[in-house]
Design a protein around this ligand. Structure first.
Ligand SMILES: *Cc1c(COP(=O)(O)O)cnc(C)c1O
Length: 416
């Protein structure tokens, strides 16, 4: 690389990633193959439009790349339609709303502090300026509750019900939600559509380890870089072929211009990697590691959410008398990366928070075992309770990651 300044920063970032324990629940490491696709010459090609209907010439091979990505996405999630062009999860959501709603329509979404995403109606996001968001709560225990959801559906008569979250640690009953929406629609003056944003759990869905929202929702959006373990990007799926045209034109030309075909090539590789039996084994290990770490913190008397997916929440205010912001800084100083997060009923502000979100998708990709996940709980607890010196803890982190895979050379088996 000719640019020394950037080259140095790339080297330093790779070193940081290799030398730390990455527990941010939304992060993961893609394969070298995926990164090669992202760094490929496909980035030079304009391909506005869709395969076989482009606005530019020279799309012979680009079309094949995108067709492979679409075909593999449909196979991976057993669905009839896929749009692989969204640049990110937020872009996928913008397009999904546009395909289903008109400006001012009402969307029923989870209370944001309980795990919703910014694009689910936050005042600082486009979503709240364009659509009218109202919010359903969790129950007293911090769980989704179908009776509460149905009550809010009947009370608000929304045009769209939105499920899928960024910090919800439990399984989601998409089938039950569909039943409640259908029951509501049978007597409601406003038909309510069902959208699922599975950005966080897409890998768990792909591995067949939870309900597949595509079976129940009208539209499903996702990222491709979280548990799915692909390049940074977005995805829209549906079984409703009658919506295909609307979704396609909501992505291009409504919300985006030329697709990132180099990233779409990376998505195609990911969708094949994720069809291999090894991916299912990996995802089972992620769930096992997450639970092992949660349970060890609980055994040590700390307040944790419990978990049924790849993440859990640690109440650091109650456990250690510190904010999530401080806990995040303390852990970062010993080489463990996490993020502060609001917890159910949080009394602190979003830039302080009472909680910490902890996930094992990334660490497990590097080879973290269940025993190590338990040791990581010990490292977190010893750091935040200040029962060991930082020097000692840094050394232990260093020792653990020295046995893990290098983020620059990861490769995964391909599916059939
Ligand atoms: C991460 C996430 C997104 C947004 O993804 P970006 O690629 O960062 O735009 C959307 N929805 C949910 C639920 C997420 O967790």
């Amino acid at each position: 690389m000719n640019d020394q300044a950037i080259a140095n920063l790339l080297t330093l970032e790779a070193k940081r990633q290799n030398e730390g324990i990455e527990l941010i629940a939304s992060e993961n490491y893609p394969s070298k193959s995926v990164r090669e696709a992202q760094g490929s010459i496909l980035t030079a090609k304009y391909a506005e439009g869709y395969p076989q209907r482009r606005y530019y010439g020279g799309c012979e091979y680009i079309d094949k790349v995108e067709e492979l990505a679409i075909e593999r996405a449909k196979r991976l999630f057993s669905c009839a339609y896929a749009n692989v062009q969204p640049h990110s999860g937020s872009q996928a959501n913008a397009a999904a709303y546009h395909a289903l709603l008109r400006p001012g329509d009402k969307v029923l979404s989870l209370v944001l502090n309980d795990g919703g995403h910014l694009t689910h109606g936050s005042p600082v996001s486009f979503s709240s300026a364009t659509y009218h968001f109202v919010f359903y709560p969790l129950n007293d225990k911090g769980h989704l509750d179908l009776d509460i959801i149905e009550k809010w559906l009947d009370q608000e008569n929304p045009n769209l019900f939105l499920a899928g979250y960024s910090a919800y640690p439990y399984a989601i009953d998409f089938k039950g939600m569909r039943e409640r929406i259908d029951r509501h629609n049978a007597h409601s003056p406003t038909p309510c559509l069902f959208m699922v944003d599975m950005a966080h759990i897409a890998g768990i869905v792909a591995a067949g380890l939870c309900q597949n929202p595509v079976d129940y929702a009208d539209i499903v959006t996702s990222t491709t870089h979280k548990t799915l373990r692909g390049p940074r990007g977005g995805l829209i799926l549906s079984n409703r072929l009658d919506l295909a045209k609307k979704i396609d034109s909501a992505v291009f030309p409504y919300t985006q211009g030329g697709p990132l075909e180099h990233v779409i090539a990376g998505k195609a590789i990911t969708f094949l990697e994720d069809q291999s039996p090894a991916f299912k084994t990996y995802m089972k290990q992620v769930l096992e590691n997450t639970k092992a770490c949660n349970d060890e913190l609980a055994r040590r008397g700390r307040i944790v959410s419990g978990t049924e997916n790849h993440l859990f929440l640690l109440n650091v205010l109650e456990s250690y008398g510190i904010s999530g912001k401080v806990a995040q800084q303390e852990l970062e100083s010993i080489g463990i990366t996490t993020n502060k997060n609001m917890i159910h009923g949080d009394t602190l502000k979003p830039n302080e928070t009472s909680g910490l979100r902890i996930g094992f998708a990334a660490a497990t990709t590097r080879g973290c075992t269940k025993e190590e996940a338990i040791q990581i709980a010990g490292l977190i607890d010893d750091c935040l309770s200040k029962s060991k010196s930082k020097e000692q803890l840094k050394e232990e982190v260093h020792h653990m990651v020295s046995g893990w895979k290098d983020v620059m050379t990861l490769e995964f088996p391909m599916g059939e």
